[in-house]
Design a protein around this ligand. Structure first.
Ligand SMILES: [Zn+2]
Length: 85
């Protein structure tokens, strides 16, 4: 094969494709709004680093709450937690 410069053009085309995938900023992580009744407080809960769950903790009684991420699960973004008062 020759060193046709057009081969380089093809490579840059591939780079443009990956640029589109990188256009979603890392800061745009999904989150839930969780209302803790016992604290009367809304908390924004970001998805865990591995993307499998949302881990929240009541700001008053420190009760841990875990929302699992799953296909076909609830698409609700707001939850209300009753810590059991
Ligand atoms: Zn609580």
């Amino acid at each position: 094969m020759s060193a046709d410069p057009r081969d380089l053009v093809d490579l840059s085309g591939l780079r443009q494709g990956s640029e589109a995938a990188d256009s979603v900023p890392a800061a745009a992580r999904p989150y839930l709004q969780v209302f803790f009744r016992c604290a009367n407080h809304y908390q924004r809960v970001y998805r865990s680093a591995d993307g499998t769950a949302y881990n929240a903790r009541c700001p008053r009684c420190a009760k841990p709450v875990r929302f699992k991420v799953g296909e076909g699960g609830s698409d609700s973004r707001r939850f209300e937690i009753n810590c059991g008062l």
